[in-house]
Write a protein that binds this ligand. Structure first.
Ligand SMILES: Nc1ncnc2c1ncn2[C@@H]1O[C@H](COP(=O)(O)OP(=O)(O)OP(=O)(O)O)[C@@H](O)[C@H]1O
Ligand SMILES: [Mg+2]
Length: 257
C-alpha cells in the first residue's frame, strides 16, 4: 500500500426512492489502512450507501470521488478495474459454478461471458488463465477453504459460502473492499476469525464494513458512521460513537455493546 493509495469520498450524497429519503446529505471518507464501519438500524440506508459509494446507484445530489476521480454510473466490471470490490448483502454466488469458478468471476469480472465460459467449454491452459486460477486458489487458501475449490456452493455450510463470497471480492487484490454484513450467520468463533481477517485486510487496503454485530464493529473499526433514516447521526471512533446519545436513541434503547 503505497503513499499513492486512494481514498473514497462521499460528499453530501442524497438518494430518494419515491417518497423515501434513503440517503440524505451523507458525507464520509474511507481511507487506506483503515476500517470504516457503517452502522444503523434496519432500513437506515447502509446498503444504499454502498450502492452509491461504488457508483451503482446515482445520487440525486452530491458526489463520490475515488482518488480524485468522480464515480458515476459504473458497471461491476468497471468497478473491479478501479481497484474496488464489494460483497452483496446476500451471498450472490452462482450455484451452478464451482467455488473456484465463483472466485474466478471476481478475478475477471467478464469471465462469465468471456474466458470462463471458454474455460468451461474447452479447457485451454493459457498463461493468464493459469495465473488467475492460481491466484484464486491462493485466495481460497488464505481463507482456509482451498479444499472446497471444486465443490458447488449450494452444498457447503453457510459460513463457507460467506468465505467464497469474500474470496471473490478479494481475489482481484482491491484497494478498497466494501463488505455488506459479512458476519451474518457466523458463529462466535467464526466472528472472531473474521475480525482478525478484517484487521489484516486493513493493512493492505481500505475496508468499508456494514454490520449489525456490534462487538465486531466496535473491535475492528477505526472510524464509524452511524445512519438513521438515511442521515448521518454520529461519526467518530468506536468510543465516541458508543456513548453518543443519538446512537443509543436510534437503536431504541438496545444496548450498543
Ligand atoms: N430499490 C429500492 N426501491 C425502493 N426503496 C428502496 C430501494 N432500496 C432501498 N429502499 C428503501 O430505502 C431505505 C434504505 O434501505 P437500505 O437497504 O439501504 O437499508 P439498510 O440500512 O441496508 O437496511 P438493512 O440493515 O435491513 O440491510 C429503506 O426504507 C428501503 O426500504
Ligand atoms: Mg442492507
Amino acid at each position: 500500500m503505497g503513499s499513492s493509495a486512494r481514498s473514497l469520498e462521499l460528499r453530501d450524497a442524497s438518494v430518494r426512492f419515491g417518497g423515501i429519503a434513503a440517503l440524505s446529505e451523507v458525507s464520509l471518507t474511507a481511507r487506506p489502512g483503515r476500517v470504516l464501519g457503517v452502522i444503523g438500524p434496519n432500513g437506515a440506508g447502509k446498503t444504499t450507501l454502498f450502492n452509491v459509494a461504488c457508483g451503482f446507484v446515482r445520487p440525486d445530489a452530491g458526489s463520490i470521488h475515488w482518488g480524485g476521480q468522480e464515480l458515476r454510473g459504473l458497471r461491476p466490471h468497471q468497478l473491479a478495474r478501479l481497484g474496488i470490490a464489494r460483497t452483496l448483502q446476500g451471498l450472490g454466488l452462482f450455484d451452478r459454478l464451482t467455488v473456484l469458478e465463483n472466485v474466478l468471476v471476481g478475478a475477471d469480472p467478464q469471465a462469465r461471458t468471456g474466458f470462463l465460459a471458454g474455460l468451461l467449454a474447452l479447457p485451454r491452459a493459457g498463461r493468464d488463465e493459469a495465473r488467475l486460477r492460481s491466484r484464486a486458489l491462493e485466495t481460497l487458501d488464505q481463507l482456509g477453504i482451498a479444499g472446497q475449490a471444486d465443490r458447488h456452493p449450494g452444498a457447503l455450510p453457510y459460513a463457507v459460502r460467506k468465505k467464497v463470497a469474500l474470496a471473490r471480492a478479494l481475489v482481484a487484490e482491491p484497494e478498497l473492499v466494501m463488505l455488506d454484513e459479512p458476519a451474518s450467520g457466523l458463529s462466535d468463533h467464526e466472528l472472531s476469525e473474521l475480525g482478525t481477517l478484517l484487521r489484516d485486510l486493513a493493512s493492505r487496503m481500505s475496508v468499508m464494513l456494514v454490520e449489525h454485530h456490534m462487538d465486531l464493529v466496535m473491535s475492528v473499526c477505526d472510524d464509524i458512521t452511524v445512519l438513521d433514516f438515511g442521515r448521518v447521526i454520529a461519526s467518530g471512533t468506536p468510543d465516541e460513537v458508543r456513548d453518543d446519545p443519538a446512537v443509543l436513541a436510534a437503536y431504541l434503547g438496545e444496548a450498543v455493546t
